[in-house]
Design a protein around this ligand. Structure first.
Ligand code: SME
Length: 162
């Protein structure tokens, strides 16, 4: 779990990085590397963005990530913890992935997960997903930090698309 001091330091750094980022993609790449390298227990960090398919079907597509490769590069909105977070437009924290029937396994080592949606003009456009090899790795400060990162990306993407 992240300490309040660590979270505040990272938020300050990321706010500056966001203010100077060339693109949403560049900011996402920076966030995944900072979180993965800087925080214990953040073992896989990645973005999924919603892509519109035919018949207005929406799918989550893997964007910048840090950690082991994942078989889940595309996730339908009705599958996984990722799909549940996007379709409910809310952050989901799972302390023990083995006990959650929605869970799609990326790595056998994963024990807990947090997923926070990214909003553009009030609509879910994607999400930030983090897996940990430790159970119950994400507390209130982690949730705040992850939601903050998601909001930085949402604000920049909103600007890019206006
Ligand atoms: N565990 C996720 C799938 C993505 S991987 O964690 C990278 C889920 O249940 O949706």
């Amino acid at each position: 779990m992240v300490s309040r001091e660590q979270a505040e330091g990272l938020q300050r750094d990321l706010q500056l990085i966001a203010a100077n980022a060339d693109s949403g993609q560049a900011l996402m790449a920076e966030i995944v590397s900072r979180l993965k390298e800087g925080l214990a227990g953040y073992d896989w960090v990645g973005f999924y963005m919603i892509e519109k398919g035919g018949h207005s079907q929406e799918t989550l597509v893997l964007g910048p990530f840090a950690g082991a490769d994942t078989p889940h590069r595309r996730i339908p909105l009705n599958q996984g913890i990722c799909g549940a977070a996007a379709s409910s437009a809310s952050t989901i924290v799972v302390d023990d992935v083995a006990s959650d029937p929605r869970y799609l396994a990326c790595s056998l080592e994963t024990k807990s997960e947090i997923v926070a949606p990214i909003f553009i003009r009030g609509k879910v456009a994607g999400e930030l997903d983090i897996d940990s090899h430790s159970p119950s790795a994400f507390g209130l400060e982690d949730r705040r930090l992850v939601e903050y990162c998601a909001s930085l990306v949402g604000r920049l993407l909103e600007k890019e698309s206006s």
